[in-house]
Every structure is written in structure tokens, then in C-alpha cells.
Ligand binder design. Structure first.
Ligand SMILES: Nc1ncnc2c1ncn2[C@@H]1O[C@H](COP(=O)(O)OP(=O)(O)OP(=O)(O)O)[C@@H](O)[C@H]1O
Length: 281
């Protein structure tokens, strides 16, 4: 069912202390929710707190205060294997660099087999092999890819393997942290289409971290805009991107690459000029 919140984030704070005298508020009173069966994008410039939010949500990072509820249950960091497994069944994460979750000395199918061993104790060896091939087919890969080592696959193929690995746990939610950012535009489009199809087929919900607004338009239903640890604007994608209320959101949109766009200066440059009063927001 789509609509009821599957992730509820309330009043999250996380400050990192760097040395004795310096600190950064990576999350400052952050509240948002992901509705079941939908995709929530988190956008903002580098260092705005997007990854910290994702890491707290999946339990890889601790918040100083505030709460995260997934499917109605509060999430707390834990080292308990049973708890971690229970959480992995609900939420899986896909990172920008799929290499990190693949073992370079093993065929990529073996990585999926490992996931199945953890999450599908009902399957024997042959059953797992059949399931590996089924998952590869789901993400547009073949047996040949399953038996290849990561080095023999392209970036897009490796990201498909990372998605298959996430699916192996049969989660309800996938958190994607810049998962398509390293891919070139046509491969990116294919992986986004795949994600959309999988979402429809499996009723998945996505938390999608990206700095790319064209990706947001393509896949997300709702969006939160972060700046310096705070959510400064949130709502339906069309509302926020077509009728932004905040000057910072307008700047993000104005500085986003479009077809035919020639890079002149980066967002940070635009923001610095704006802060210095050289350019109107
Ligand atoms: N483990 C850590 N120790 C110290 N500071 C940290 C740590 N993790 C994050 N930070 C700081 O918290 C702030 C938010 O970082 P975060 O990685 O969440 O931003 P981000 O929006 O995901 O950036 P990017 O798009 O570059 O990945 C940054 O200033 C970062 O330097």
C-alpha cells in the first residue's frame, strides 16, 4: 500500500567534533518521512548531511538525539547479529561505488550467494544457485555475468549486481546513496529504469540520495532539500522543483546542468558569489 509512512525521521541531530575546538552539525533537527511504495530524494550540496542522514536511518551511524522509525519500530544502532539481520531484511543500502560491496577475488554470483545464505536458510545450494540466476535476470544480467569477477564487469553491470545483492535480502526499502552518480548518462538512464521497474514489481520504497536534480525528476515522488545539516524545503518533486520557495533551492535548480549546458562555474562558486552579494538568488 502506498501512502502510509514506512520511514519516520523526527528531530534528528548529529554533531561531529573535529579536534578540540571545532565541530560540525551534520544533522540539525531533521524530520522527514518516506511513504511506502514511493521514492524520497534527498538533495543538497556536498557536506549538507545527506549521507549522515542515510547512515543514521540504516543504523550505521548514531544520532545525538531524535528518532528513526522503520515500519513503526524505532531503529537504534546495534551490534546484535539478530537485530542487524532483522534490519537488513527491511532496509538494504546501495552505494555509489559497488566495488565496496563486492569481493574482488570472487565471482560476483558468490556475493549474492552469501546474502542468500544469510536471508534464505530455506534454500539449499542448488536452490541458491537458481535464485542467483533469477536475481541476475531481474536486473538484466546473465549467468555469464554471475560467474565473472568484478574486474570483468562495467560500472553499470557492477551497480546492477549491487542492486541484485540488495534484492536478495527481499527488503522493503532500499537506500541508494549516489548510486547512479558515477555512471554515464545513458547507463544511468538504464539503471533508473531498472529501479523503477523493480519498485513497481516488488512494492519497494526508495530513499534516494543524489546531487542530480534531473535524477530526482526522473525517479522521485517527494524531495527534501538539505543545507548545512538542515532541511530547508521539502514536498512533492513537482512543487519543490517547479515552484521552489527557498532562494537556496532556486540556486540549486539554476546551477543544475541541463541538455546543452556548458560548465562555467560550480554550485559552490555560485553560492559564494551569492553570499558575497554579487548575485541575486
Ligand atoms: N565521521 C565523520 N567525522 C567527522 N565529520 C564528519 C563525519 N561524517 C560526516 N562528517 C561531516 O558532516 C558533514 C555532513 O557530511 P555528509 O557526508 O553527511 O554530507 P553529504 O551531503 O553526504 O556530502 P557528499 O555529497 O559530499 O557525500 C560534513 O561537513 C562532513 O565533513
Amino acid at each position: 500500500m502506498s501512502g502510509a509512512p514506512i520511514i519516520e525521521v523526527e528531530g534528528l541531530n548529529r554533531t561531529f567534533h573535529i579536534g578540540r575546538h571545532s565541530s560540525v552539525a551534520a544533522l540539525d533537527d531533521v524530520s522527514c518521512e518516506l511513504r511506502a511504495g514511493t521514492c524520497l530524494a534527498v538533495v543538497g550540496e556536498s557536506g549538507s548531511g545527506k549521507s549522515t542522514l542515510a547512515r543514521v536511518i540504516v543504523g550505521l551511524e548514531t544520532a545525538d538525539s531524535g528518532s528513526v522509525r522503520i515500519a513503526g519500530r524505532e531503529v537504534k544502532p546495534t551490534t546484535s547479529r539478530a537485530r542487524l539481520k532483522e534490519r537488513a531484511k527491511l532496509v538494504q543500502m546501495v552505494f555509489q561505488d559497488p566495488q565496496g560491496s563486492l569481493n574482488r577475488s570472487l565471482p560476483v554470483g558468490a556475493t549474492i550467494d552469501e546474502m542468500l545464505r544469510a536471508h534464505r536458510p530455506d534454500l539449499d545450494r542448488a536452490g541458491r544457485r537458481a535464485r542467483v540466476l533469477e536475481l541476475f535476470e531481474e536486473v538484466g544480467l546473465t549467468e555469464r555475468h554471475a560467474d565473472a569477477k568484478p574486474a570483468a564487469l562495467s560500472g553499470g553491470q557492477k551497480q546492477r549486481v549491487a542492486i541484485a545483492r540488495a534484492l536478495a535480502a527481499e527488503p522493503e526499502i532500499i537506500v541508494l546513496d549516489e548510486a547512479v552518480s558515477a555512471l554515464d548518462v545513458s547507463v544511468q538512464g538504464q539503471v533508473l529504469s531498472l529501479l523503477k521497474r523493480l519498485r513497481a514489481e516488488h512494492g519497494l520504497s526508495y530513499l534516494f540520495i543524489t546531487h542530480d536534480l534531473s535524477v530526482v525528476r526522473d525517479i522521485a515522488d517527494d524531495v527534501v532539500v538539505m543545507r548545512e545539516g538542515r532541511i530547508i524545503e521539502q514536498g512533492a518533486v513537482d512543487d519543490v522543483l517547479d515552484r521552489p520557495q527557498e532562494p537556496y533551492t532556486r540556486l540549486l535548480i539554476a546551477s543544475a546542468p541541463r541538455p546543452g549546458w556548458k560548465p562555467r562555474r560550480g554550485l559552490r562558486d555560485v553560492l559564494l558569489r551569492s553570499a558575497a552579494g554579487e548575485e541575486k538568488a
